[in-house]
Design a protein around this ligand. Structure first.
Ligand code: ZN
Length: 398
């Protein structure tokens, strides 16, 4: 009891967070924007805020596609159509390729949206400040915040171009992949992985020649996935796109934040490249990041599986613990990582109960804290405990 009391947040802090959450639920835009910043910065109140703001069942839609197909205009039109039905809409514009938050492009759009003077629309831009894995988690948490704030729809638009957009869009309930005629003579030219994640295709700029051909090609390539012709600049086809979207079965919801969650499973593999053949190319889990972690002498690939991740670990040299693990036990599950809301409290409890820690807590490359617990204590598997909501969120430590 004494240990828990020492680390429990002071009651006055809890009621501040409760009041903050209540203002957000009541539609106070400044409180909401402040909360989004708190989460982006992994601030001390972010975990408590997300816990206070339970899901209100918002429809979360990812919108992705190659550059130049009119994604932003399409998102604005979807927003208008939803507003016309009285729905409150939040737009998250995420640019995984840009290290600058609120760059010129996004800034222009924020001004344009503000021009609506519409309190039923909230817009936020996010750009990469650390690892892509960090951006993906922050995006998911801000989307949770907007869901908890009571928006009916959260539109996550990715404005970069590439595999990273696929990873971020796949955090949503449903995904619109926007294409347009004139991208090339055939859709094979479109980046790999993007067609596979679509729940619906929007063939935008359908007033240009070649739209019919593109729709035919999509029907052949992905017969189960509806393709809707749109002209975002005029709003043509948007109603049809929206009703198609609403008729879709939602993907698995992202789990609500809780005290402890499986953060990732670490798998020791002889070769990350070879393992990615299965996990990414055959199974389809998006690769969030690849990195060599020098202090652990390991090459890492982190794969997204909505809510938790799979971490592939390859020895970077023969003295690496991963090399020793494989030599002794063969490739396979190396550790389970658990993210806990109150790391210090969990640590104190383990120490008090005599659990065998592998070392004192360490700082990972991104400033997060982690500790390993010996398999002798856990029932046979190495356990990694990670502090929730820290700077780089502990993606890349082994
Ligand atoms: Zn790990």
């Amino acid at each position: 009891m004494a240990l828990q009391a020492r680390h429990a947040p002071p009651p006055e802090l809890m009621s501040l967070v409760s009041e903050w959450a209540a203002r957000i639920r009541a539609g106070d835009v400044r409180s909401l924007a402040k909360a989004a910043t708190e989460i982006e910065n992994s601030g001390p109140q972010s975990t408590a805020l997300l816990r206070e703001l339970v899901s209100t069942g918002a429809l979360t839609v990812g919108i992705t596609g190659p550059p130049g197909v009119g994604k932003s205009t399409l998102v604005d039109q979807l927003c208008r159509a939803l507003r016309a039905e009285g729905k409150r809409v939040a737009i998250l514009a995420v640019d995984p390729s840009s290290p600058i938050t609120g760059g010129a492009l996004l800034g222009d759009r924020v001004r344009m949206m503000a021009h609506y003077q519409d309190r039923g629309v909230f817009m936020r831009s996010m750009a990469s400040r650390g690892t892509l894995g960090g951006l993906a988690r922050t995006t998911r948490d801000v989307a949770r915040l907007l869901d908890g704030a009571g928006f009916d729809a959260v539109l996550i638009e990715t404005v970069g171009a590439g595999q990273s957009d696929v990873a971020i869009a796949s955090l949503a309930d449903s995904i619109i992949v926007v294409l347009s005629p004139g991208l090339g003579d055939d859709i094979q030219a479109v980046k790999a992985g993007i067609l596979e994640i679509a729940d619906v295709f929007a063939v935008n700029r359908a007033d240009l020649g070649g739209a019919e051909t593109l729709i035919d090609q999509l029907h052949q390539e992905r017969p189960e996935t509806p393709a809707v012709a749109t002209v975002a600049t005029t709003g043509s086809g948007i109603t049809n796109l929206l009703s198609t979207l609403l008729s879709l079965k939602r993907r698995t919801r992202v789990a609500a934040p809780q005290g402890a969650q499986i953060d990732h499973l670490g798998i020791a593999v002889p070769s990350v490249d070879a393992a990615l053949q299965f996990w990414t190319e055959q199974l389809g889990l998006p690769c969030l990041a690849r990195e060599t972690v020098q202090q652990e002498r390991v090459n890492v690939a982190m794969l997204d599986c909505s809510g938790s991740r799979v971490e592939l670990l390859e020895a970077a040299d023969p003295e690496s613990t991963i090399a020793k693990f494989i030599a002794k036990r063969g490739p396979g599950i190396h550790h389970i990582a658990l993210r806990v809301a109150d790391f210090n409290e969990a640590l104190d409890r383990l120490k008090a109960n005599g659990a065998r820690l592998m070392s004192e807590p360490r700082q990972g490359a991104g400033g997060h804290t982690y500790v390993f617990v010996h398999p002798a204590s856990t029932g046979g598997v190495l356990l990694e405990l990670i502090e929730a909501h820290t700077k780089e969120s502990g993606e890349l430590n082994t």
